[in-house]
Design a protein around this ligand. Sequence first.
Ligand code: BGC
Ligand code: NOJ
Length: 814
Amino acid sequence: MQYGSFDDAHREYVISRPDTPLPWINYLGNESYFGLISNTGGGYSFYRDARLRRITRYRYNNVPFDYGGRYIYLRDDDSGEVWTPTWQPIRKELENYTCRHGMGYTTIKSRYNQIEAEVRFFVPIEADLEVWQLKVTNHRQDPTKISAFSCVEFCLWDAWDDVTNFQRNFNIGEVEIDEEVIYHKTEYRERRNHFAYFACSDPLAGYDTQRETFLGPYRGWDDPQVVVEGKSLNSEAHGWAPIGSHHVSLMLNPGESHQVIYVLGYHENPADQKFEDAACQRVNKRTVKPVIKKYLDPDQVEIAFRELGEFWDSLLNIIQVKTPDVNLDRMVNIWNAYQCMTTFNLSRSASFYESGVGRGLGFRDSAQDLLGFVHMIPTRARQRILDLAATQMESGGAYHQYQPLTKRGNNAVGGNFNDDPLWLVIAVAAYIKETGDWSILDEPLNYDNVPGSEKPLYDHLQRSLMYTLARIGPHGLPLIGRADWNDCLNLNTFSSEPGESFQTTTNKDGKVAESVFIAGLFILAAREMLEICRRTNHLREVDNYISEVKKMKEAVNRSGWDGEWFLRAYDDYGSKVGSKECQEGRIYIEPQGMCIMAGIGVDDDRAGRSLASVRTHLATPHGILLHQPAYTRYYLQLGEISSYPPGYKENASVFCHTNPWIIIAETILGHGDQAYDYYALLNPSAREKIGEIHRCEPYVFAQTVAGRDAATFGEAKNSWLTGTAAWTFVAATQYILGIRPTWEGLQVVPVIPQGWEGFTAQRQFRGCMYFITVERKGTGNSITLFLDGNPVEGNIIPLPKEGQKQVNVKIELL
Ligand code: BGC
Ligand code: NOJ
């Protein structure tokens, strides 16, 4: 069953009924001001940090789902009928409801009793605010008087404190009302120099800023007294719950439309210019007023909206493909790239499943998110690398996350994940291959943000690898620490306290539990590093990494191969995890993908056998499972992984992030059909038609799809913020389509299905646009390359010459 459809020409997903199985959301904003918005107007906004600068309030886990949002109530002032054109919160049945989620904007449009209302929400490029454009049209034969009431509920900034510290918070709310603008200035008198504002383009019939006055005692968002009675009460919030609500009264002739613009924004004043004058405590509005004025002007708003479209044109044009598969095309060309931007921006901090108060930017998450983003805005990727590296510790170890506002590492969500530092090397290699900017290696960066500890990024990378080498276990494999990529395989935690966090509780400094996954990742990273060393003339180090790679490979060959697949780990007792010797959790996906990506078993038949085992034991019609059999009981020595019911999350769901590793591994072995089949199973667009099973948005990847052992096999969960976005983008573009940046230039080595006759693509790379045509002439994967009509040796297109703006590339697959 479908709840909408793709409009590829407009790069939109069009939802045709409001009661989707879950809120289907979109993101607004690109750099500093962000919003989440659902197809029924739910969601919230924040400035940079979803915890520390929350602008509007949202109630997670509320009933009905998805309360707190950007509300506009309409009232027919003749009949007294009230409704919300976004469906929520009043939920009256609407005629012609559509929600269009686009690139950085959402438009919700509906009709009720012949009154049409359309609201477009977006965040202009480089502005710290969001614009809502409400257009109301009277399709009746008679003039109609309509009242529009806007409403947002302000969060008292720190979203965690906001939901816990009521004895204080019910006393501190403060607002100012100045003509059509409501200022939310809680704590501005003291240590904050930022405030929020909510402005309206039209003269007001009234306003409200106190929630309880607006709603009326014991009433909810679906029945606000002020709206029902049609009259704002001009309330001023003192403590309790500040809101912003404007009442605009419209008189519309038959056929007439009217637009009202609302601007919700964030603003900072310099500490010494906070107030109008020293004697008063009123907000100094000198610098904010011009901003408000600009975005209440309909012409300026249209310009800003156009600029947003152009911004996305230029980003998406960098890679565009046309293949026989429309689902692949729309993901690569539009939605997957878009999701990569979101994961790059927000890591795992704020979604409808990440509360925004828990996690900042994850070290390994951000490093991987960058892989799907670096081609879009390399300067931002560069900065992210520098920020991450500056939180690294002198030991080479990493904080598991850092706060975006302070850029400081923090251990509040745990530490000692021994894979973390290696991902930095992978990210830097991807950045240099994309840009050719070798200067990044010389950037002096602190350790742990301590001034005076600066060392070039190059040194940080070396320490990342040293960190692994300094932590080797009894089989010569890397010690796992608290966990590796799989946060829930906690081999040193031994948690028996109910409710204790597996991620943060004191961990044993174990010297036994080892990870085959980290061994693979180490080899992958060390191979990148040795190429970096070779190209920067650190020849002794090249030899060193060659020998470390060799040693690690030998360790995997000796102790990391289980006969038909790669072993997952050794636990603290030295027992195997992910082995035929185990009763449950006999085979895991991660080491199969990672070891083959690292080149292990590719020269003999083990990679092939490993992938055949994946197919036999882990592949399902809904994707590839994390492990099998699922754990049916709690294993103290394995930790959180066995805490989940079978089939969910890390306990044998389709943990989507790992599937592209297998897709890549299949392409490495030249299996185009199998690689593509796995990709197609995962592709949310291809799953659109089973919306009642999949339940999440069909335009973005979700973190998990419930596995075979689950009661709800096939049900997706935790959409949007997942490493799946970057890795599927890499798997599809660089491995299936084979368009891959390398140290020497752009390589084109497709491994596509037998049934494809070819495809075309454009790829902008180092300032040059490559127009690529791939034609299948035979059944294999070997290629002949033509540049501007001339045959060229090999499969790498030499770097563009100075000033060269375009190249025609033709590939024949034999
Ligand atoms: C989840 C993991 C997540 C971790 C982060 C666990 O409960 O299952 O997916 O990475 O928390 O804190
Ligand atoms: C989600 C986390 O954000 C990521 O870092 C981790 O690798 C996966 N869960 C698997 O546990």
